[in-house]
Design a protein around this ligand. Structure first.
Ligand code: ATP
Ligand code: MG
Length: 312
């Protein structure tokens, strides 16, 4: 079944540490867990299912791995109602029709079998992302983004690709991958994915980064940010994430906040600055109110040396 998965393919990465370093060079800060799974997926020839809260770098991971490999990223963005004709392939009906009309007007009079062979050939096939990835001759990374958005029945479209790296097209036969692409599926966990899908993948949970990694991400992605400000940003965000919120700030919101502080020329995040810019981090009024209350309380209890501006 997955024989091609374990034979003859050159490993893409030498070591987990090496991969981490390569990712860092393209500005993706991973940890051992993330790099370890990517390394393993390559060795085992298996897709990776990346799950976790919004804005934690799931999509970016696939993009960054593609960048590391110098590979083309082929992306299938999932949505409710996605079907075979948008995910796998579609016959070019207009062109087929024209071909049939043309053959009718030809005096030579082709018989139908010939025409049929002709219109169900490669020339009339429109590749969609999954088939494109399978047929690619250059190195590719396939990203099946937000797979939890498709209906559970639609997941079935993916199963053949994920386990056998092939696509069956009734009129053409089975198209098998020339090389096993790296495949990433991402999910925000809005619904349970099927067992069949999960079984085919290695599982990677990407959570909010710890404080040090978030600080590093902020320093990498926001130019002109001092180390001390990056440190304070990571600290405040961590303390806000500890509150019971409707929606915790994501890494992308941390980055937006850091950029805002730089634009405002802030050098020291005190409770007041944090409270007045909190709407960059939080998007629900109830969350904002809760966080502001917490920040103000912290300011009161640590009147002189605010914990927000002190390294512990
Ligand atoms: N580990 C990381 N290293 C570098 N940048 C990161 C990291 N994690 C997140 N980011 C940055 O955070 C932003 C959001 O990342 P991304 O879009 O990949 O999140 P996501 O998990 O796919 O979110 P969603 O579930 O909303 O699609 C991007 O700008 C990305 O560059
Ligand atoms: Mg994403």
């Amino acid at each position: 079944m997955t024989d091609i998965a374990t034979t003859a393919q050159q490993p893409r990465f030498d070591s987990v540490e090496g991969l981490r370093e390569s990712l860092r060079k393209v500005d993706y800060l991973s940890d051992e867990g993330i790099a370890g799974i990517v390394y393993l997926a390559d060795r085992l020839g298996k897709p990776i299912l990346v799950e976790g809260p919004a804005g934690t770098g799931k999509t970016q991971l696939a993009k960054s791995v593609a960048e590391v490999l110098g590979a083309r990223l082929i992306r299938l963005q999932c949505y409710e109602g996605l079907d075979e004709s948008k995910a796998l392939y579609e016959w070019n009906y207009k062109k087929q029709l024209l071909r049939i009309q043309a053959s009718k007007s030809e005096t030579s009079g082709q018989d139908w079998d010939d025409i049929e062979d002709d219109i169900f050939s490669d020339d009339f096939l429109l590749e969609r992302p999954l088939l494109e990835a399978i047929r690619a001759e250059d190195p590719v990374v396939l990203l099946i983004d937000e797979v939890d958005r498709v209906e559970v029945e639609t997941e079935a479209l993916l199963l053949e690709i994920l386990s056998d790296y092939q696509v069956s097209i009734p009129e053409l036969g089975t198209v098998t991958a020339r090389q096993i692409p790296m495949v990433f599926l991402t999910s925000n966990n809005t619904r349970e994915l099927s067992e069949a899908l999960k079984r085919r993948c290695l599982y990677l949970h990407v959570d909010y980064p710890d404080m040090d990694r978030e600080k590093e991400i902020v320093m990498t992605k926001v130019p002109d940010l001092s180390e001390s400000l990056a440190d304070q940003v990571a600290r405040v965000v961590r303390s806000i994430r500890q509150l019971e919120l409707k929606k915790s700030p994501s890494v992308s919101e941390t980055l937006d906040w850091a950029r805002t502080l730089v634009l405002l020329g802030v050098e020291q995040v005190d409770a007041e600055t944090a409270a007045s810019t909190i709407n960059i981090l939080l998007k629900y009024q109830s969350d904002i109110a809760k966080a502001v209350k917490e920040l103000t309380a912290e300011r009161k209890s640590f009147d002189k040396a605010s914990p927000l501006s002190t390294s512990s």
